[in-house]
Design a protein around this ligand. Sequence first.
Ligand SMILES: C[S@@+](CC[C@H](N)C(=O)[O-])C[C@H]1O[C@@H](n2cnc3c(N)ncnc32)[C@H](O)[C@@H]1O
Length: 262
Amino acid sequence: MTDWQADDVVAAQYADGGLLAARRALDARFGTGERSHYEWLFDHLDLGPDAAVLSLGAGHGAFWGANADRVPDGWDVTVTDAFQGVTADAMDALADAPHEFTFDVVDARDIPYPADTFDAVTAHHVLAHLGDADRRQALAEIARVLTPTGELHAATSGDDALTELWAVARDHGDVPDERPFTLQNGAAQLRDRFAAVERRHLDAPLVVDAPEPLVAYVLSLPGFDPEAGPALERAFRARFVDGTLTVTGDRGVLIARHPDTA
Ligand SMILES: C[S@@+](CC[C@H](N)C(=O)[O-])C[C@H]1O[C@@H](n2cnc3c(N)ncnc32)[C@H](O)[C@@H]1O
């Protein structure tokens, strides 16, 4: 388990949606894909007109906010997170959305719903927060609440995601070397619980034209001292070429089908 996976560290990160929003801003402002990351993820949620969907670790609800006008009327979507603070932020963010969502506080390791309830579970950028045993527990819970034809959508980063940002961050703080659930190593973990796993890759880089959002991203991470801000800014600025820094995207989604609840 890495230091960043400790329960108290994760709880401090997601007491509300503020730190998450700082990281999300980088993608929202500088992503180069034809569609935003969240729209791209929704494109892969191909469930038909009626579906029960459980969204685990939904944070401040940005994925559903970005796609609210695309959610079919017949979808019953339960938006959840382990922490009350971000869940409240999601409720606020989606209060006026063109789709009516249900909200709950749910820990992925102990899902309070009956077996065979959901046609899909989303766990976007969530499973890497859990230590290995907790992740296995969460996957068992997800498999349990899915219908036999249901599917898990687990968005995550690839091994090379944000390489240029991590190179600078490592010089100014402790960053775990281990990447516990990536596009590359996550598929094998899902195969413990699912008979079929498919990887879909989004490789749009970020082209960043100011160092400040990169600094804000790094300072939002566990253990980084705000006083490192000026040094981080100088380090990022030194890497800019012709006014921009290209940061590797490398992320995507693992789609797991045929849950095994045995
Ligand atoms: C990186 S954020 C991703 C948020 C959102 N899914 C997105 O893609 O914008 C990770 C989220 O997982 C949540 N989380 C962490 N541990 C969790 C757990 N054990 N059960 C449910 N959610 C958890 C955090 O509170 C946080 O909101």
